[in-house]
Write a protein that binds this ligand. Structure first.
Ligand SMILES: [Zn+2]
Length: 243
C-alpha cells in the first residue's frame, strides 16, 4: 500500500499553478496522487482558438489531462460544474461529490485552497475550500451521506497559501503557513505542466518571471489532523502520516 494524496481544485491549470510542486513531489516519492477539478474553466479570459464554450471546455479538458500527466498524477477527474458559478450551487451538493470520492479514493492527505480564494481571490476557489473542508470532516462520519460508500477518514487537510502577492491585483488574506515545500527539484516540471495548458499561454507568460523569482517554494497550512497539537513548522506533507 502506498500513501495517497487527493487535491481538489476549481479550474484546469489550478493543479499546476497552485499545487504543481506538491503534486510532483508526492508522485516522485511514489504516492498515489488524485486531482478532482470542479469545472472545465469555460469562463476563462484566454480562449485559444475556441469559438464556443463547448470547444473551450473540450480543449481545457485535454490540457488538464496533459498537465496531470506531466505532474505524475495517477487519477484525474473533471466534474461539469459551471466555471465562475460554484457559489450558487448548494455547498452540501459539492461536498457530497467529494465525500463520495474521498470514500472511494481513500486519501491519507487532502489538499485544497484556503478560504482566501488563493492569489487571484477567485470565488470558486473559496467555495472549493469550503466544500472540501466539509467533505474532509464528513467522509468518515456515519451520520453524513449515509450509504454513499464505505466511510474513510483522511489524516490531514492542508490549505494552499502564499508568501507573496500578485502585483496590481486585489490581495487575498492568506493563512499563515505551517508547511514549506522546497520544490526546486520539480519547479521545471511545474512550468512544463503549465505549458500543457496551451490556451492559457498568455497567463503563463505573465506569471513565469514571478514563478522563477519567488516560486521555488510552495506554502501550505495544516488545517486539520488526527492530533490535537500546537502549530509547528514542517517541510514534508506526509511527515508522520501512517499508511
Ligand atoms: Zn482557479
Amino acid at each position: 500500500m502506498s500513501l495517497r494524496l487527493l487535491c481538489v481544485t476549481a479550474h484546469p491549470d489550478d493543479e499546476c499553478f497552485a499545487f504543481g510542486g506538491a503534486l510532483a513531489l508526492a508522485a516522485n516519492r511514489g504516492a498515489e496522487v488524485s486531482v478532482v477539478c470542479f469545472t472545465a474553466g469555460t469562463a476563462g479570459s484566454y480562449r485559444g482558438n475556441a469559438k464556443t464554450d463547448k470547444e473551450l471546455g473540450d480543449l481545457r479538458r485535454a490540457e488538464f489531462a496533459a498537465s496531470c500527466a506531466v505532474l505524475g498524477v495517477n487519477h484525474h477527474e473533471m466534474l461539469d460544474y459551471h466555471d465562475g458559478k460554484l457559489e450558487f450551487t448548494p455547498i452540501s451538493e459539492l461536498a457530497g461529490k467529494l465525500v463520495e470520492r474521498i470514500r472511494s479514493l481513500k486519501p491519507h492527505v487532502v489538499v485544497t485552497f484556503g478560504g482566501d480564494g488563493s492569489l487571484n481571490t477567485h470565488a470558486d476557489h473559496t467555495i472549493v475550500s469550503a466544500a472540501t473542508t466539509a467533505a474532509f470532516h464528513w467522509a468518515g462520519s456515519p451520520k453524513r451521506f449515509v450509504g454513499l460508500g464505505e466511510l474513510w477518514t483522511p489524516q490531514r487537510l492542508y490549505y494552499q497559501t502564499t508568501s507573496y502577492f500578485l502585483p496590481e491585483r486585489l490581495r487575498p488574506l492568506p493563512a499563515p503557513w505551517t508547511l514549506t515545500l522546497d520544490i526546486r527539484a520539480v519547479s521545471e516540471r511545474k512550468l512544463d505542466a503549465f505549458r500543457a495548458h496551451t490556451t492559457q499561454r498568455p497567463l503563463l507568460n505573465q506569471v513565469e518571471p514571478l514563478f522563477r523569482e519567488l516560486g521555488q517554494q510552495e506554502f501550505y497550512t495544516l488545517a486539520a489532523s488526527m492530533l490535537a497539537q500546537p502549530a509547528a513548522q514542517s517541510t514534508d506533507m506526509f511527515e508522520g502520516v501512517a499508511e
